[in-house]
Write a protein that binds this ligand. Structure first.
Ligand code: UDX
Length: 455
């Protein structure tokens, strides 16, 4: 076992699956560089400590009621968590720092937390701890979303229907219709803008920003970053490919029958379908996806999270005989071991909501995508996939069986799909090279480790 360098890092993820995964992968990377790791986490969506026996886990109370935990309003949850967690975090850090002075716990080097925590900079300052902010989005989105309040003030909305497909110069390559969705519903405008202003204010004084992306994917926005931030930025690349095998940080139990099922399928024959950990769909959208997939007559592996079909427990609204009628060509699970599924030779395409983790994971395995973004950064990631990198097909929000059938056939069967696959394979190679010795992500990671060690 490598010698620990006696320095301890405190990591504090935002309690959402899409934020826990990159933070725990980062923890694994830093551990492999000799740091000891303490993860402070809320009781809500607590990561499974047994999956990471080499880290210390400390839970703090978050004050969320059962109803608030079940809420589909993520902005509300984040606001409450930010209001409730400041004192518990202070208390936890006070105890940790006291302990580190007396025990072999290792001197605490810094705090790393998510950009969505807006009280942590002042907490870190009060302990004289350097704070690094983790950006779990594509960096283009991180820079762009901070402009939303300003764009709103400048009268971006409303715009005539005829301009819906126009691009937004301040937030390329988004189209106006995409940005309108990012700007939120009427009742969310005030809290959203206040939150974004706070994120900018509390990120600027940090010691640096760790970005889960790389120069190969984010060159333009990274070169613009100095206009907003004076601190160093570390685009260290997709975290899960630095230290292999990547470990699971799933909040749900992955269905391990996926791999033996995939083993029985032809190479690149299966469409993998998953909309991440937050998106919910209506029953009629669910049925359109089901019928679209069935009509392709191709194999599919579909993740339907319990509760993700609004008003239903799981998949009980499928027409009777639906699964039997597929003759073994379809499999529906509640949660999949996604990294294994994407890496499997049988997986030929990914119908995705384009959360940033899913998008990165798909690129890293050279799996072309069909984009069905719903909210937030997903709309931007999907534009990069279809319009910039040209490694997928955009459904443009049309959740209709014929559209789904046609997109799947185009991607999996037609010559267009072959070209898309060639492009995603080329991008996969570039991104994977970036984390190898001498690659851009690997150099940024070395810089980050040197910087932390210098404190
Ligand atoms: C959220 C936001 O929705 C997203 O827009 C943002 O970019 C990150 O935070 P989420 O919707 O969960 O994330 O999507 P995504 O970023 O793709 O993260 C999902 C993670 O869960 C991925 O790491 C994926 O591998 C994992 N996953 C998903 C599984 O392990 N199994 C599954 O069945 C589905």
């Amino acid at each position: 076992m490598e010698k620990r360098n006696k320095r301890r890092m405190i990591l504090f993820p935002l309690p959402l699956q899409g934020c826990i995964n990159p933070m725990l992968q980062l923890a694994k990377i830093l551990f492999s560089r000799g740091f000891s790791i303490t993860i402070i986490h809320t009781r809500f969506n607590a990561p499974k400590s047994s999956d990471h026996p080499l880290f210390t886990f400390l839970q703090i109370p978050d004050g969320l009621s059962e109803t608030q935990k079940q809420s589909r309003d993520v902005l509300l949850q984040l606001t409450l968590l930010n209001n409730n967690c400041e004192n518990p975090l202070r208390e936890c850090l006070t105890n940790l720092i006291k302990g580190s002075e007396t025990e072999e716990g290792g001197e605490i080097s810094c705090l790393i937390d998510d950009s969505g925590w807006v009280f942590t900079q002042s907490v870190a300052d009060s302990f004289n701890l350097p704070r690094f902010v983790l950006c779990a989005y594509k960096f283009t989105f991180f820079l762009g979303h901070l402009l939303v309040p300003q764009l709103r003030r400048e009268g971006f909305l409303p715009f005539p229907d005829s301009e819906a497909e126009d691009s937004v110069p301040a937030f390329q390559p988004l189209r106006k219709k995409d940005l309108a969705r990012i700007m939120g519903k009427k009742d969310q405008v005030e809290p959203l803008d206040a939150y974004l202003v706070k994120i900018l204010e509390t990120t600027k004084p940090a010691s640096g920003l760790i970005v889960m992306s790389c120069e190969e994917l984010d060159r333009d926005s990274l070169s613009e970053s100095h206009k907003v931030f004076a601190f160093p930025i570390y685009p260290i690349g997709p975290p899960h490919i630095h230290v292999v095998p990547a470990s699971s940080s799933s909040l749900f139990e992955p269905d391990q029958s996926c791999t033996p099922w995939l083993d029985k399928q032809e190479t690149r024959s299966v469409m993998y379908v998953s909309l991440g950990s937050i998106v919910t769909i209506t029953e009629s959208q669910f049925l359109e996806i089901a019928c679209g997939l069935r009509q392709t007559n191709l194999s599919f592996l579909w993740v339907v999270r319990p509760g993700s079909v609004q008003g239903r427990d799981w998949i009980e609204s499928l027409p009777s005989g639906f699964m039997e009628g597929l003759n073994g060509k379809g499999k529906i699970v509640k949660w999949a071991p996604q990294l294994d599924v994407l890496a499997h030779r049988a997986t030929g395409g990914f119908l995705t909501h384009n959360g940033w983790n899913s998008t990165l994971e798909s690129i890293c395995e050279g799996v072309p995508m069909i984009s069905l973004p719903f909210v937030w950064d997903q709309l931007l990631n999907a534009r990069f996939v279809s319009d910039v990198w040209r490694i997928g097909i955009h459904l443009e929000g049309r959740i209709e069986r014929r559209e789904i059938e046609s997109a799947v056939i185009r991607l999996m069967v037609e010559p267009e799909g072959k070209q898309i696959r060639e492009r995603v394979n080329a991008l996969r190679d570039e991104v994977r090279r970036s984390v190898q010795r001498g690659g851009s992500s690997s150099r940024y990671l070395d810089d980050l480790v040197d910087r932390i060690t210098s404190f």
